[in-house]
Design a protein around this ligand. Sequence first.
Ligand SMILES: [Fe+2]
Length: 395
Amino acid sequence: MRSVWTTTFRTVRAETEQRASPLGPEDQVVQSMPDASPTKWHRAHTTWFFEQFLLAPHLPGYQVFDEEFAYLFNSYYVAAGPRHARPRRGMLTRPELGRVAAYRAHVDEAVERLIASADEAALPELLRILEIGLHHEQQHQELLLTDILHAFAQNPVAPAYDADWRPPQPQRKSARGFVELPAGLHTIGFEGEGYSFDNEGPAHQVYLRPVRIARGLVTNAQWLDFITDGGYATPSLWLSDGWATVEAEGWHAPGYWRKADGAWLQFTLAGLKPLEPEAPVSHVSFYEADAFARWAGKDLPSEAEWEVAARAQLLDDAFGIVWQWTRSAYSAYPGYRAAAGALGEYNGKFMINQMVLRGSSHATPAGHARASYRNFFYPPARWQFSGVRLADYTT
Ligand SMILES: [Fe+2]
């Protein structure tokens, strides 16, 4: 059993390094906006998480790699002490990459030693923290890609992260139209075996009125229709905050779309590519998703509707293509309580002013997606692989 955990730990840690491997030292230090973090910071912060919450309290005699790293690489855990300001993570030219690699190796060795040597009685609690750390690192693996895409998008020569990367393709192009969800009481939220974040529970019943939910994702071609029809120039389609953002940011298309010689291009992880009409739209904000739904005479599904439909396997491309905005505000499920201590800061304190996205994206690591998973971002955010699935209440 311990060897399984060691293997899992190595696999997750190696995936981070794999994702960072195409990136040189200059790439890894840049921070293109306050919401995005440098690759080097992701690599160090995920390492600090194990050191702070697993090794320092639980491995006897553990020597902290560098006393200053807690300040540099703590993200938002107030209970874990003061920290470097998030918008200034790109200023950290030091420690250099090699020292961050050494930090990772130091912590890797200690975690494996802890897994091998811990008392049987202490093991369940240690593995609980280890597992949080692994899922935490997987979240940062996705951010590593979305953050470097944003950084590279600022570069006029449009560099490729991976020249072989291809936009996510829908599983079944023929699958269009809407499917009806049975009205009545349904249970949502995580229960049973396996890992979940605390924000996925408690499982509870919800009452759904009759609704039809789109089998497939909204495509780039559909989004072009929205643009051509004046979607970005029609205030009545937009929430007030959304329209203010359209005006302030000059939005006229999804993130990373560029028009050249009358043709639409999209900046991707493979560099600048022709826009693929049948690919699902990506890099839209909640505001845009909401306006598109209004323009289409439809709605966004609630997160409960999405989860019920996904559990019943009624949806195509629920996972692995783009996250799907819901119209649900990110808030606590009935009876939710954040855990005591610093790790209780993981999810609960962010349950305000953000919207829930469901599913997963092609950047989500294997083993990190499930029907109850609640992703959340602020309504204007569009640097994630975020798309749209519609719902329909008309009969
Ligand atoms: Fe984190």
